[in-house]
Design a protein around this ligand. Structure first.
Ligand code: PMV
Length: 329
């Protein structure tokens, strides 16, 4: 009753922002992401009678407050498998968690795969995606590799709200996302709260829902055609609209730091110069730059000269979640 899984995180090119059902984590809009090679979480899960309660250790620290809904997720899986045994979970990521880097995506995707395997449920990818979604929305996309689409679905029970692959990780191997780390501090307003506040108070939310359909169409078509300009431009536009939403909530949520804005301005001016790149930002200050392999080194060099940039990590399209044989305990 023990298994270990590895999952890469994913970064959305068209963001998921707003839930129509908070309990089942059903989104108001569909989203598209790239699964990022080399930005991963490894999770080992063991269910056993020897554990008197669930023990969850994330980055060497025992989880006391269940912010990531890990305990609820274990309970969900126990119910599915009709078992009573408590679990020990050890999870490690190779990048800073909770800084708007979608660590919940790789965390919950690896937990879902490891835990279901440990209890002997052999779920297919669609079933894994539906289950992962209930732990953390964006994690349903990390089950798959390459470029991934999470279709929002219509049903009340969420059975049609899951991710699927648009193209695998080998389809467009030149695509790059450079993740800049500007702050490793835990974000002040998590995505759950940010989304709920947006749906409730932003006067622009209807506009978002109306215009996101076009973003999805253009980004998907651009991925299939390997049209970097189309994908980059629309992803950047979509990100700015998402942040316009959070800025317009009551009270306002501004995820950016001064260095976030500095990089945005730099990207605009690099583009003017002919160095083609775009940015995207999630629920935190860190900027992710989209570019092609041929410009990767130049951009990393330029980023290293910006004072606020602590680190820049380059990711190409990566694999979906998978089982590995080496356990963390
Ligand atoms: O699934 P969560 O709660 O980690 O929310 C993800 C929200 C964004 O990263 C901002 C957008 C997205 O689609 O990943």
């Amino acid at each position: 009753m023990k298994a270990t899984a590895i999952a890469n995180t994913n970064i959305a090119l068209v963001k998921y922002w707003g839930k129509r059902n908070e309990k089942l984590i059903l989104p108001y809009n569909s989203s598209i992401s790239m699964t990022c090679h080399g930005l991963f979480t490894i999770t080992t899960v063991e269910f056993s009678k020897k554990y008197k309660r669930d023990i969850v250790i994330i980055e060497d620290e025992e989880l006391k407050k269940d912010e990531k809904n890990v305990l609820g997720h274990l309970e969900r899986i126990r119910k599915m498998a009709r078992i009573k045994e408590k679990a020990k979970v050890v999870s490690k990521s190779n990048f800073p968690i909770a800084a708007g880097l979608a660590s919940s995506a790789s965390g919950l995707a690896s937990l879902t795969l490891a835990a279901t395997k440990a209890v002997g449920l052999n779920l297919n990818k669609k079933e894994l995606s539906i289950l992962a979604r209930q732990g953390s929305g964006s994690s349903c996309r990390s089950i798959f590799g390459g470029f991934v689409e999470w279709r929002k679905g219509k049903k009340e029970d969420g059975s049609d709200s899951y991710a699927r692959e648009i193209v695998d990780e080998d389809y467009w191997p030149e695509f790059r996302i450079i993740v800049t780390i500007l702050s490793t501090e835990k974000k002040k307003v998590g995505s759950r709260v940010g989304m709920a506040q947006t749906v409730k108070t932003s006067p622009y939310y209807r506009g978002w829902l109306k215009s996101v359909e076009e973003d999805l169409r253009i980004v998907k078509k651009g991925i299939l055609a390997r049209d970097f300009t189309a994908v980059g431009f629309q992803a950047e536009y979509n990100c700015l609209k998402m942040h316009a939403l959070t800025i317009s909530t009551k009270p306002p949520i501004l995820y950016w730091l001064p260095s976030t804005l500095e990089i945005i301005q730099e990207v605009f001016s690099w583009r003017k110069e002919g160095l083609e790149c775009y940015f995207t930002i999630d629920a935190g200050p860190n900027v992710k730059i989209l570019c092609l392999e041929k410009d990767e080194k130049k951009i990393v060099k330029r980023l290293s000269k910006i004072k606020g940039v602590l680190k820049a990590i380059v990711a190409k399209p990566g694999e979906g979640a998978k089982i590995i044989n080496e356990h963390l305990f």
